[in-house]
Design a protein around this ligand. Structure first.
Ligand SMILES: NC(=O)c1ccc[n+]([C@@H]2O[C@H](COP(=O)([O-])OP(=O)(O)OC[C@H]3O[C@@H](n4cnc5c(N)ncnc54)[C@H](OP(=O)(O)O)[C@@H]3O)[C@@H](O)[C@H]2O)c1
Length: 236
């Protein structure tokens, strides 16, 4: 449990993992604009340092293949901010192509980045969150509507989604809010950074601001919001 209790009107103290990416970076900016305290984590050290300077935020580098390092992030964030109220995990990698052409190494990579690393961060955050706390992760519509030519990506996101669902049930009585963000396809360039294959025709992209609003709403729910799992066109 964090040492400094949260006053009811104090801004939430949030860890954003994947703050070097398009969605994670834009969400960190939007949350900071609302006055939230942010601690950033990301793989690309230059982009991480630049985001930390811009937001005057603490930061730590991370790599999905270092699960102990991923699990250490919530503690680092809580120490830097005097407590922790929520975590957003927005790291991810995609691959395309028919299942028989997707190598075991690519599938392993997708599960490392999309499933194992997020679970390492989020489970390490559970004992540190100031109650009730919020956990959010960018799974995508593919977690509930797996897409052809994206079998391994869809499966890795569905696995994270199942983990989030089980944790939400475990923690229901504590009031923990768990946002399984079934984000629609959004033109962030992610498809062009695929680790294998080339994308099939993708649905029309949702505007970036709308997708970022969905992420922000996980931490600042509005009465009129459709909720984090409202869906949309599939894709990445
Ligand atoms: N764009 C979409 O249409 C869409 C739709 C639904 C869900 N999503 C999900 O939203 C999240 C953000 O995607 P995005 O569109 O913003 O793409 P992005 O800009 O490429 O962001 C991907 C993020 O994942 C990080 N990452 C990749 N491999 C990593 C590794 N081995 N270790 C640590 N970090 C790693 C990247 O870090 P560096 O940049 O520092 O290397 C970056 O921060 C992903 O989980 C994605 O699956 C995206």
């Amino acid at each position: 449990m964090p040492d400094v209790p949260d006053a009811s009107n104090a801004p939430p103290r949030l860890l954003v993992v994947g703050a070097t990416g398009v969605l994670g970076g834009a969400a960190a900016d939007a949350l900071a604009r609302r006055g939230d305290a942010i601690f950033l984590a990301g793989r690309d050290r230059e982009r991480l340092a630049s985001a930390a300077r811009r937001l005057k935020a603490g930061s730590a580098p991370c790599d999905a293949y270092d699960l102990d390092g991923m699990a250490a992030l919530p503690r680092l964030a809580a120490e830097a901010m005097g407590g922790l109220d929520g975590v957003l995990v927005a790291i991810g990698a995609v691959a395309f192509g028919p299942a028989e052409e997707t190598s075991a190494a690519v599938t392993e990579h997708l599960f490392a980045v999309n499933t194992l690393a997020p679970i390492a961060v989020l489970s390490a955050a559970l004992p540190l969150l100031h109650p009730p706390g919020t956990l959010a992760a960018t799974t995508g519509v593919v977690a509930v509507r797996p897409q052809p030519r994206m079998a391994a990506y869809s499966a890795s996101k569905a696995a994270l989604s199942a983990w989030l669902t089980a944790v939400a049930a475990e923690r229901r009585r504590t009031g923990l809010s768990v946002a399984d963000l079934h984000l629609p396809h959004t033109d962030t360039g992610l498809a062009g950074r695929a680790v294998a294959g080339s994308p099939p025709p993708l649905p029309r992209a949702a505007p970036l601001e709308e997708t970022v609003d969905r992420i922000v709403a996980a931490f600042h729910p509005e009465p009129s919001a459709g909720g984090p799992s409202a869906g949309g066109p599939p894709g990445t």
